[in-house]
Write a protein that binds this ligand. Structure first.
Ligand SMILES: [Mg+2]
Length: 388
């Protein structure tokens, strides 16, 4: 197949309420949509969100990467889907969010050209359902309890709780959440907040309290693979790597070190569907399972992540609640969620309507100068992005 054109448009979407973690506070999301048009006329779309505090990539840098090396690599290029995907990875080795938007758009167009759902073309099935979670962001205990009660009332049975830096306060938060929603399972995410010794003490303490913990995500800094292995060896609850795994090479390093029970795959880290599947392959060979998660990204990104999740046997968990935070539900289609169960709707490609460039138009002011946008907490370390 041959790529006829690459188009890029920017958007800004308000969130229904602020999203708060130890690393950032977000009230609106700037995101970029890439469109890929093939010679046969099929048009696919992919998206990437500004998530500087997590990925180091802003809407401006994503747009520049797509408008420059991304468009040059793909416009007029011919090849198989794997060859064209590899061109994107080679052109955008560090700009993984931009690469993901473009590579997803390419896959959407490819699957539309075959008139088949993407997951089915990737060897998966669109049948069945996967259980989604809801993130409870970092607020005071009563606010978190109220969110937990709402989520449980909507049918969610798994809550992902973001933890801060003060374990006594975090313990009050967890107890408030469990008092409000006593029958949920918990996923905890420390977002690199602890040293190995702190992690062992904190997780050990929570285990001793018999909290319903399914996993703890990235307790220690991403670069500390040995520390992560130390934590995993010392505690009973499964340990998931997130910020430490961007690529297949990262996955192999974690596997060799015995550092993780689970890997959290995100398109914005891997740079697209095929690099994500390569991580899942490495996990499957080593007997690990994977979750597909996401940044605070719009519905196009999340639908792509859902197709990825339905495509590989090693992927058994999803953490795909961001669309529930967005004020705008556009574009329609892709998937449904009912009682916490996510199902793909099928249809060609991602199964989404095409997002009009005029939906949620972004202002062109640099994001940093926008008073509505909260910059990362200055004391946070810059995001770690291991060299590929
Ligand atoms: Mg995480």
């Amino acid at each position: 197949m041959t790529v006829r054109a690459v188009r890029v448009h920017r958007h800004r979407a308000a969130l229904l309420r602020p999203f708060v973690t130890a690393a950032r506070r977000t009230e609106a999301v700037d995101y970029v949509v890439a469109e890929v048009e093939l010679d046969g006329g099929a048009v696919g779309q992919g998206s990437a969100a500004d998530a500087v505090a997590v990925t180091g990539q802003s809407a401006a840098s994503i747009t520049a990467a797509l408008d420059g090396p991304g468009r040059r690599a793909l416009t007029g290029a011919s090849g198989t889907i794997a060859e064209l995907s590899a061109r994107i990875s080679a052109a955008l080795p560090q700009a993984t969010s931009a690469a993901a938007a473009l590579e997803v758009a390419l896959h959407d167009a490819w699957a539309r050209g075959h008139d088949a759902p993407l997951a089915a073309l990737l060897g998966g099935s669109i049948a069945g359902a996967m259980e989604n979670d809801m993130t409870i962001s970092l607020e005071d205990p009563p606010a978190m309890a109220a969110r937990a009660r709402q989520a449980r009332a909507a049918g969610t049975r798994i809550l992902k709780v973001k933890l801060g830096r003060d374990i006594d306060e975090d313990r009050r938060r967890l107890h408030a959440v469990l008092e409000a929603a006593p029958d949920v399972r918990l996923r905890l995410d420390a977002n690199q907040g602890w040293s190995p010794a702190e992690a062992i003490r904190i997780i050990g303490g929570l285990e001793a309290e018999d909290l319903p913990l399914d996993l703890v995500e990235q307790p220690v800094p991403a670069a500390d693979v040995a520390g992560l292995a130390q934590v995993r060896a010392a505690v009973g609850v499964p340990i998931m790597a997130d910020e430490a795994v961007w690529s297949r090479e990262d996955a192999l390093r974690l596997i060799d070190a015995g550092a993780a029970d689970l890997l959290n795959i995100k398109l914005a880290k891997s740079g697209g569907i095929r690099p994500a599947l390569a991580i899942a392959d490495a996990a499957a060979e080593a007997g690990l399972t994977c979750m597909v998660g996401a940044m605070m990204e719009p519905r196009i990104s999340i639908t792509a992540a859902a197709h990825l999740a339905f495509s590989h046997r090693a992927i058994t968990l999803i953490d795909l609640d961001p669309p529930a935070w967005f004020a705008s539900p556009a574009p329609a289609g892709g998937y449904t969620e009912d009682g916490g169960m996510l199902r793909l709707l099928g249809g060609p490609g991602l199964g989404l309507d095409r997002l009009d460039a005029q939906v949620d138009p972004a202002t062109h002011a640099p994001a940093r100068h926008d008073p509505a946008r909260h910059d990362p907490v200055p004391s946070d370390p810059p995001p770690e992005h291991p060299a590929p």
